[in-house]
Ligand binder design. Structure first.
Ligand code: MRU
Length: 371
């Protein structure tokens, strides 16, 4: 099943509000770049590939808003996948002010969350068009729309390919443990780590899934378990701290997680708690796979030390549904991600196939093969 996580529909960015799941399935139509930025910051839309797409759509939305404010007699919307509208001839805004506006939007979106590199890759792709000087406003609008939708389309294709490669690791009857949510909700709709499981299930393999609840925001129990149940895949939720005893009991065949940023040497940032899992897997000799599209690799980061880790609000840890669960004033440590050293990773599952050790050499080869 492909989830409708994010879409650009009739001049608005449409997302499912992930903070309300699994209790409420509500779609939000975001009408300004500030609303998109807020949705990313508050995790209404989350997961590395999904926030990359949200950022690209956010830039398109900023262009949409600017056109509505500046052209005479604007239509109800300009951009939509199938049904876009043209600017009336004679009321074109000047390209310089369009560029200023869009570069501001890129800065706003770029300041939302620092770790997932997909956000910056998507913004860089949009920026390249914004900075082109050879386009009139009509051609410019066409290119901006094309690029934003292409980012989405490439992502979904990538996820399906990763699923195929990854499913070769799964045999009928195996059990997989995963952390956080790297499924349709976190991506263009199919998933990375969960896409591998969907792919195996679609080939008729029976896979048993264990989902770490993923404190403090419960992406595992709220989102992964929700997706799995929607797809009729047998799933057990566990507290993060129960993963060690589960793995030591031999009930897990392999672990697959997603990633927010992979450095050149294979060190990988992903949701807090991923490192703990990788250490447990190494102790009990269980394979630990990372499913990550190439858009999640950051070749400018030599090692994990070059990855900025987001620290989030203390209230995420000390409050539960508004109720205090720690004494007022206590100090809080709340990094949203941790970095798993490459030495603890068995292989990466990507759209170009599996990448094994030595990661620095093989990551490089995978990228240069695509040039
Ligand atoms: O803070 P979040 O929920 O955005 O963190 C998401 C994760 O860590 C995911 O595992 C990662 O983005 C991979 S999503 C395919």
């Amino acid at each position: 099943m492909i989830f409708r996580t994010i879409d650009y529909f009739e001049g608005k960015v449409r997302i499912i509000d992930q903070t309300l799941l699994p209790s409420i399935e509500k779609y939000l139509d975001l009408g300004s770049v500030d609303e998109v930025a807020e949705a990313i910051r508050s995790l209404k839309v989350r997961g590395a590939p999904a926030i990359g797409i949200a950022a690209a759509y956010g830039v398109l939305l900023s262009l949409e808003t600017f056109l509505k404010q500046t052209v005479s007699d604007p239509p109800p919307f300009f951009f939509d996948r199938t049904n876009g509208k043209a600017i009336t001839a004679g009321s074109e805004p000047d390209m310089r002010s369009v560029r200023v506006k869009l570069l501001q939007a890129i800065d706003i979106l770029g300041a939302t969350r620092p770790t997932a590199v997909n956000l910056f890759h998507a913004l860089d792709r949009m920026r390249k068009i914004v900075e082109r000087e050879d386009l009139d406003i009509h051609l410019f609008c066409g290119k901006m729309k094309e690029e934003a939708f292409r980012i989405f389309d490439e992502e979904i294709e990538t996820e399906l390919k990763m699923g195929e490669y990854g499913s070769s690791l799964l045999k009928d009857g195996m059990s997989v443990l995963t952390h956080c949510n790297a499924g349709g909700l976190a991506t263009a709709g199919y998933g990375t780590a969960l896409g591998v499981i969907y792919s195996a299930a679609s080939e008729g393999k029976k896979i048993d899934v264990f989902a770490d609840e993923t404190r403090p925001l419960f992406q595992g129990s709220r989102l992964t378990a929700w997706e799995m149940m929607k797809n009729d895949i047998a799933t057990t939720v566990l507290c993060d701290s129960a993963a060690a005893s589960l793995i030591s009991s031999g009930k897990v065949d392999l672990v697959i997680t997603g990633a927010d940023r992979v450095a050149r040497n294979g060190d990988t940032a992903n949701k807090t708690g991923t490192l703990t899992l990788a250490i447990i897997c190494s102790k009990y000799k269980i394979p630990f796979y990372v499913a990550a599209p190439l858009s999640t690799f950051d070749l400018e980061a030599e090692t994990g030390a070059g990855i900025v880790i987001e620290n989030r609000d203390r209230d995420e840890v000390v409050l539960f549904q508004g109720v205090k669960i720690a004494p007022s004033g206590v100090r809080v440590y709340n990094p949203a991600f941790d970095v798993t050293p490459a030495s603890l990773i068995t292989a990466f599952i990507t759209e170009k196939g599996l990448i094994y050790c030595p990661f620095d050499i093989n990551i490089e080869k995978t990228f240069s093969a695509g040039e």
